[in-house]
Design a protein around this ligand. Structure first.
Ligand SMILES: [Fe+2]
Length: 383
């Protein structure tokens, strides 16, 4: 057995930990760019609370509140320009995965010249401004990884920047901040957590540390995602889901995503759909496609989701994981087909080509290889 594990992120987890934002951010700079979405942080009062906390420690703050869902590379460039013009020396992401990823991209682009798409496709960077993340959803796990996903509006390529420079210096995970989410968003983001853990767990690059975190995340999601979906005010259950979210990010940081994300990114890149809905539309066919190649792993997933796997063959026990996930999706009322998300038969060719071109790393991580024909067949099956 050999593996490496490295996670240089200070994770500050617990109720009311937002109160430490000023003190923590002030440790990394003197002027902050606070990156957030267009509406929710303002509507919930979180933006004002955060600004007051930052002001209380004497940290000057400039707000960049132009982050959209499925953030664009052009938004990153605009934010980086503002960071440079204002001479900001620390970037704070406040929000869900889109805000956190955009904060990471801005921190990176502020010191690496040119189009960030070049770095996304492999050009090495040379540093980034320090990043502080405050997560308000449980989905991407961005607070615990060195990834940030962007869509290039010119090509519709939706792909991760992966760079050691974009690990947040510190991440605040305060489960109380998640209680204002809508059930539909809770379901879509929560399924992303499950998929990160599952894909990293079955992936070819899985390793013992990420496997332990993945199984824990899967079990936490199985038990607690329905609870927060049905009662978004349940902070005790949110603690578990928030932990699963961060664990999921830590899993994909070292083990990577696999075929399902490889299929989904082209969909949300082309059609700007909610990532978790795209995942949900293809989750069951992805599991059925991959099942035999990693039966032992899927058996462990079934057990983590509460299925009784005792005395069964690996194949029979693995199949129970599909049943458990199907029931979870139904309970979350998250059972779209691709056509419900706007995908048409004519787009399958583009989606397949884009997946092969931009998501080769994820496709190569799947325990069962999928080539052009298998990918097309999976899209068609999910239409
Ligand atoms: Fe994801």
């Amino acid at each position: 057995m050999d593996f490496e594990y490295h996670l240089p992120v200070r994770l500050i987890f617990g109720r009311a930990k937002l109160e430490r934002l000023g003190e923590i951010a002030a440790g990394y700079g003197r002027k902050a760019l606070l990156v957030t979405g267009k509406h929710s942080a303002r509507a919930t009062g979180l933006l004002d609370r955060s600004l007051a906390l930052l002001e209380g420690t004497g940290l000057a703050t400039v707000v960049f509140d132009r982050v959209e869902p499925n953030p664009l590379t052009t938004t990153v460039h605009a934010g980086a320009e503002l960071a440079r013009a204002e001479a900001c020396d620390v970037v704070i992401g406040l929000g869900g995965g889109s805000a956190l990823d955009t904060a990471k991209g801005i921190a990176f682009a502020a010191v690496n010249p040119g189009d960030i798409s070049e770095y996304i496709f492999g050009k090495p960077g040379a540093g980034a401004l320090p990043i502080v993340a405050v997560t308000t959803t449980a989905g991407t796990g961005s607070e615990g990884d060195s990834l940030a996903v962007f869509t290039n509006p010119a090509t519709k390529d939706k792909k991760s920047l992966k760079s050691p420079f974009i690990y947040p210096k510190a991440s605040i995970i305060d489960p109380e901040l998640l209680t204002t989410l809508s059930p539909a968003l809770i379901a879509a983001t929560g399924i992303d957590v499950l998929c990160h853990a599952m894909e990293g767990f079955i992936g070819r690059r899985s390793q013992p540390i990420s496997d332990a975190m993945a199984l824990q995340a899967i079990a936490l999601i199985g038990r607690n995602l329905p609870a927060v979906y049905e009662d978004p005010g349940d902070v005790a259950a949110w603690e578990k889901v928030a932990l699963a979210n961060t664990l999921g990010g830590m899993v994909i940081d070292c083990a990577g995503v696999a075929l399902l994300h490889g299929l989904e990114h082209p969909v949300s890149g082309l059609l700007d759909v909610t990532h978790g809905q795209g995942l949900a539309a293809m989750l069951i066919p992805f599991m059925e496609f991959s099942l035999e190649a990693a039966a032992g792993k899927f058996k462990a997933i079934a057990a983590a989701l509460g299925e009784d796997t005792a005395g069964r063959t690996d194949a029979a026990a693995a199949a129970l994981s599909v049943d458990a996930v199907r029931r979870l999706l139904e309970r979350l009322r998250l059972t779209p087909r691709l056509r419900d998300l706007g995908v048409t038969w004519e787009q399958v060719e583009w989606l397949s080509e884009n997946s092969l071109r931009t998501m080769a790393y994820a496709l190569g991580n799947n325990p069962r290889a999928a080539g052009r024909e298998e990918i097309k067949a999976l899209y068609l099956k999910c239409l």
